[in-house]
Structure formats: structure tokens, C-alpha cells
Design a protein around this ligand. Structure first.
Ligand code: DUC
Ligand code: ZN
Ligand code: ZN
Length: 468
């Protein structure tokens, strides 16, 4: 079965050109100058005239079905990957979890059991280590060597849940330095945050906004800097700061990178568009929709502006979603009267490609940088390149036809995520996902869904392309 995507403007991380893309089976076989593709015959033709053709989006940070805060993230692998596909994301990297006291490989097996046969798009796993000990360190080597898992997330936050102390972090970093893996860090000083949370609750400060107030930027910056220092001690272990939200944390990343360190970072759309005051501080209990960690930051400080700048300068390499949806009903409501009991997380896997395209429209990013931050760099950072993240012969035929003249209105009424609200309700994007192709199959076309669960395959990842 062959497919020709014809008449579009192919946008990649390194340039933009009119080109036709020929797909044979699941792979791209040629990127053709339109003047030379007149004679090419294909079984199926997709007219991309006036539209961009980009590599399928890769969301390197999702949490489908994550048990958290006394409940579980409301998207299953089935609903979440379907929603991702609707929004132009054709690969996710989800976080398998080793809970404290659990064997790492058992945690991984549980994640495979959730995902296997249920995904609409291709997927890979990072591994959360909730208990770094001798066995977990050995398991890191085994996962890198045999399972295609080459990145491990540690938490400086959530004492008693996922938290690792500095000694545990250092040991995991030393192991990663040896086996080539990336350490991903949730960088917030959880011990200090818990003191602030208890003090706030004792004062009767129970509304959702206090979730943000008790997680100040200084404690994200402090943890970020500490993680960078620990990685330096571990002989420059590769370090990737997840969901970076604060200017002060970004500053530490920028300094480390200027010094030539193996330090990388991502941000998420919520930190580019949403704020402590306007969303987390919404009247009554509404703000619960936007309780996530790291938290939304103040609009009176330059965080969002600095994050866009960081994306331009590559101090921020990637935009992921940290997709961790919880419904208001029965889930976020667990924290009515006590913000510390609101499950942490925002859902957005469906909207990342559009929200960052809006950055292009608004003059924040170039077209090429849009593609780079949502697809190409995630592939390179996490060992999926060039199978994913690029339109070139030999790569998987994961393509999005994107209409710059279309409009996307975001609403819980129309989205496909399993959430009873939208963090971006009412947002209007000056662009629209027109068609989505996953490994040569058209799964979204003109507002209709043609994908199926089970189409998505598990991807074994290599080491990061950014490291020697
Ligand atoms: N942050 C969230 O908001 N949710 C899940 C885990 C995390 O670190
Ligand atoms: Zn986190
Ligand atoms: Zn996360």
C-alpha cells in the first residue's frame, strides 16, 4: 500500500520546502521535489495543498492511568492515545512506575500490561524510580540493556511517595553515567514544600491557589540547582529537568548549559499560557482544575516570557504536556477544603501541537522550532531518532497535515480526553490538525477518526542522540 502526500509544505527542524512525501507501507520512502513527482503513482493520494506537512508529534511526558493522590489519572492508554492522535501526536513516552518497595521490573510489567494492545499510537516508557536501592540500580542497567528504557525519573518532591534523597539521587546518577541513561528530575524541594503546606493549612488557607503559593519558584530553582550539582559530582551525568516552570530554575539550566554541561530541560504548555492568578486562583474550588506540580506561576513575574525565550535559545529543548488528567467529579473534589488533597495534574495531550503552533502565530517561535520542540528533539533526546521525529526516507510514516488557515476551539464539549473539563476551555488556536498518519495509516482525516486500539506498538529506545 502506497500513499502520496502531495502539494504541501514540508516543515522540519532544519528547514521548510514544498515537497511531496511518498509512503510505502509503514515507512517514508521519498521526499520529492514536486516538479519530479508528477509521474509517481500511489494507491492513495492526500492533497496537502496550502498546508504544512510535519513529523507526527512526540509527547515525551505523559501519565496514563497513573495511580496518584488516592485516585488514578482518568485517561487510560486507550482514551489517552486516541486523544493524542486527534491532536497530531503520534508517539507518547509514558512513565512506568516503581513504587517504593516494589521490584523495578514488576512495575514495568504492570505498565506493559496496561498499555499492551490498547494504544492507538506508538508508545515508549521512561521508568520512575520510587525506591533507589542496590536492586533498583542493577535494574537500571537491565532496563537500558534489554528493555529499551534509557531514562529514569526521580523526584525531589513528594516525600513519602516518590521522593528520593540526595544520596539516592547521586547513586542513580552515578549508575546512569555508567550505562548512558538520562536522569529526568522533578526538581522541587519537597521537604521544604511540605512545611509550607502544613503552615498554610494551619492558618486555614485551604483554597486551590495555596497549592501554588506553597510551592514557590525559589524551591524549584533550589532543587534544579541541586540536581545540576549532583549530576556534576556524578561526572556530568546527563540530566533532564522535567516540567520546568520558573525563570529562576531556567537561569540555573542556562548557566549549566553555557558551561557545556549535559543538562537539558522541558517546559509544558500550561506554563506558557496559564497563570497562578487567572487559573489556580479562580473563584471557589474552580482552581482545582489547574493544580499541578510544578505549579502555575504568577502573571506578575516574567516566567512565561522567559520560557518562550528559553525555547528559542534551546535552554528549553522540548515541550511536553505532563498529561496527568483528573476529572473534577470524584477526583479533584477529593481536595475540597484541603488543597493538599487535590490530585496533581493537568490534561493536555490533545492540545500540545496546536498550543505551540499558536506560539508561531504569535511570533514566539519559528515554524522550524515548533517542529523541533514538539517532535524532532523529543525523538533525539530519548533515543527514537531517526525512526521518529523527522520526514526522511527510512523513517516511520508518522505525519501530520496541518492547516494554518484552520481554527481550533478547545473545549471539554469537543475534546477526546477522558476529562470533564478542559484546562484550556475557550482557547482559540489559529491553526488546525487536518490529517494524522501513523506508520502509514491515516488515523484522522477531516474531522473523522479512523484509528484503532492495538495499532500502537511499544518502542524500544536507544540512548540519547545528544550525548557522546
Ligand atoms: N506532577 C503532576 O502535576 N502530576 C503528576 C506528577 C507530577 O510530577
Ligand atoms: Zn513531575
Ligand atoms: Zn509528570
Amino acid at each position: 500500500m502506497s500513499l502520496l502526500v502531495k502539494g504541501g509544505i514540508v516543515v522540519g527542524a532544519t528547514g521548510t520546502q514544498p515537497a511531496d512525501v511518498l509512503v510505502e507501507g509503514e515507512k517514508i520512502v521519498a521526499v520529492l521535489d514536486p516538479a519530479y513527482s508528477q509521474t509517481v503513482q500511489a494507491d492513495e493520494l492526500i492533497d496537502a495543498t496550502g498546508k504544512y506537512v510535519i513529523p507526527g508529534g512526540i509527547d515525551a511526558h505523559t501519565h496514563m492511568e497513573l495511580p496518584f493522590g488516592g485516585t488514578a489519572a482518568s485517561d487510560t492508554f486507550e482514551t489517552g492515545t486516541r486523544a493524542a492522535a486527534w491532536g497530531g501526536t503520534t508517539t507518547i513516552i509514558d512513565f512506568a512506575v516503581q513504587r517504593t518497595g516494589e521490584v523495578v521490573q514488576d512495575g514495568l510489567a504492570a505498565w506493559h500490561a496496561k498499555a499492551d494492545g490498547n494504544c492507538h499510537i506508538d508508545y515508549a516508557f521512561h521508568m520512575i524510580l520510587g525506591g533507589v536501592d542496590d536492586d533498583a540500580l542493577k535494574a537500571m542497567d537491565q532496563l537500558v540493556a534489554d528493555e529499551g528504557i534509557t531514562s529514569f525519573k526521580l523526584f525531589m518532591a513528594y516525600p513519602g511517595v516518590f521522593y528520593s534523597d540526595d544520596g539516592q539521587i547521586l547513586r542513580a546518577m552515578q549508575t546512569a553515567r555508567e550505562n548512558g541513561a538520562m536522569i529526568m528530575m522533578h526538581a522541587e524541594n519537597g521537604i521544604a514544600i511540605d512545611v509550607l503546606v502544613q503552615q498554610a493549612l494551619a492558618r486555614g488557607e485551604t483554597d486551590p491557589i495555596y497549592h501554588g503559593i506553597t510551592r514557590p519558584a525559589a524551591l524549584e530553582a533550589e532543587a534544579t540547582n541541586r540536581a545540576i550539582s549532583l549530576a556534576e559530582v556524578a561526572r556530568d551525568c546527563p540530566l533532564y529537568i522535567v516540567h520546568l516552570s520558573a525563570s529562576q530554575a531556567l537561569e540555573h539550566v542556562a548557566v549549566a548549559r553555557d558551561n557545556g554541561r549535559n543538562v537539558f530541560a522541558e517546559t509544558c504548555p500550561q506554563y506558557l499560557y496559564l497563570t497562578l492568578e487567572d487559573q489556580l486562583g479562580a473563584p471557589g474550588f474552580e482552581g482545582a482544575k489547574w493544580v499541578c506540580s510544578t505549579p502555575l506561576r504568577s502573571k506578575h513575574e516574567p516566567h512565561a516570557k522567559d520560557l518562550w525565550k528559553g525555547l528559542r535559545s534551546n535552554d528549553l529543548a522540548i515541550v511536553s504536556t505532563d498529561h496527568c488528567p483528573f476529572c473534577m467529579k470524584d477526583q479533584k473534589e477529593l481536595g475540597r477544603g484541603d488543597f493538599s488533597k487535590i490530585p496533581n495534574g493537568i490534561g493536555g495531550v490533545e492540545h500540545r501541537v496546536d498550543l505551540i503552533y499558536q506560539g508561531v502565530v504569535d511570533g514566539q517561535l519559528s515554524l522550524e522550532r515548533w517542529v523541533e520542540t514538539i517532535a524532532t528533539t523529543p525523538a533525539r533526546m530519548f533515543g527514537l531518532y531517526p525512526q521518529k521525529g523527522v520526514i526522511q526516507p527510512g523513517s516511520d510514516a508518522d505525519l501530520v497535515v496541518y492547516d494554518p488557515n484552520g481554527t481550533t476551539r478547545i473545549s471539554a464539549e469537543t475534546h477526546h480526553m477522558n476529562m470533564d473539563h478542559s484546562a484550556y476551555e475557550g482557547f482559540e488556536i489559529s491553526g488546525r490538525v487536518d490529517k494524522v498518519i501513523s506508520r502509514g495509516s491515516v488515523i484522522v482525516a477531516d474531522g473523522n477518526y479512523h484509528g484503532r486500539k492495538g495499532h500502537g506498538r511499544y518502542l524500544r529506545r536507544g540512548l540519547s542522540s545528544y550525548l557522546v
